[in-house]
Design a protein around this ligand. Sequence first.
Ligand SMILES: *[C@@H]1O[C@H](CO)[C@@H](O)[C@H](O)[C@H]1NC(C)=O
Ligand SMILES: *[C@@H]1O[C@H](CO)[C@@H](O)[C@H](O)[C@H]1NC(C)=O
Length: 340
Amino acid sequence: MKTIPFVSALIVVLSVVTATPLLSLPRPSSDPPITTPKSVLDRGLECQTGSPSRQTRPILLVPGTGVTGQQSFASNWIPLSTLLGYSPCWISPPPFMLNDSQINSEYIVNAVHTLYSGSGGKVPVVTWSQGGLAVQWALTFFPSIRGKVDRLMAFAPDYKGTVEAGLLSTFGLAAESVWQQQAGSAFLTALKNAGGLTRIVPTTNLYSSVDEIVQPQFTNSPVDSSYLDNSMNVQMQQICGGGFIVDHAGSLTSQFSWMVGRSALGSKTGEAVSGEFGKQDCNATAAEPLSAQQKSDAGGLLLVAAGNLLGGPKVKCEPDLMEYARKYATGMKTCSGVIM
Ligand SMILES: *[C@@H]1O[C@H](CO)[C@@H](O)[C@H](O)[C@H]1NC(C)=O
Ligand SMILES: *[C@@H]1O[C@H](CO)[C@@H](O)[C@H](O)[C@H]1NC(C)=O
């Protein structure tokens, strides 16, 4: 019968069509509702000195997967940003950034509004790993913060997730945000289709080709997870050569990271300036201004994150997308099934 191949071909075509997410819808122009009570979000925001609602020159630090703000930055950008004259503030979405990254982003939205209205100025943001991804999610889906973020300095952000997170979920070790950070997840598809893979505020991305957590990072092209269109993208090995070995934590804490971060935070354009860092700064050890104790703690950062990750909650599927994000990821699968 001739109809059988035709019908099966049609089924193939239809299933391909339904499984293919929509491409690039316009970026949202108004904020969706925040689902977490403000008192809870406020509890996740701290500053080194004083109340978050009364700060002069605050800088917002957003941690990566497996750590609190304090754990992520006490050995590096809390002291380093203080040295630059900022008052460091950080969020700690519980537990250790392991739960739904959409909720982690709500902490970012709340922190930006609080620090902006308390200081009367735009807030620079420094991130590590998932922190950069969650900030880009917040900028993409919550337009109210776009004019309140001064710049983004992202160390080893995983805007396209990582092909290595799949291993964790295969072994049943994945927390909610780990599922979301698997390359090709519904969450990452929604970010991409909503226009989240291009610069929204002045942005510098610094990353290492030999990152052992986030990959791909070795192509020095838009394929790299940390690469964002129209931004200042710095792959360390492009400047320091292929033998320059910096890992995922070192991407945040190294001497080279300090030089790039300092340039990004001080520049008029809001992005790191190529002339302000170079081969002479290719030192993979912890940033020079840090104390011996801080350098030693910086070296142990990944162990802290790994411990919290192993001890933290695990789930069996990717968390459902919030209503506002679903239309950007139709055809993708989350815990409740395929997004229609
Ligand atoms: C994190 O997620 C787990 C699993 O979904 C849940 O049991 C827990 O209450 C969540 N924790 C927080 C702080 O939201
Ligand atoms: C890197 O910096 C450290 C001090 O922080 C120094 O001891 C070391 O010699 C430097 N290495 C290179 C290759 O410059």
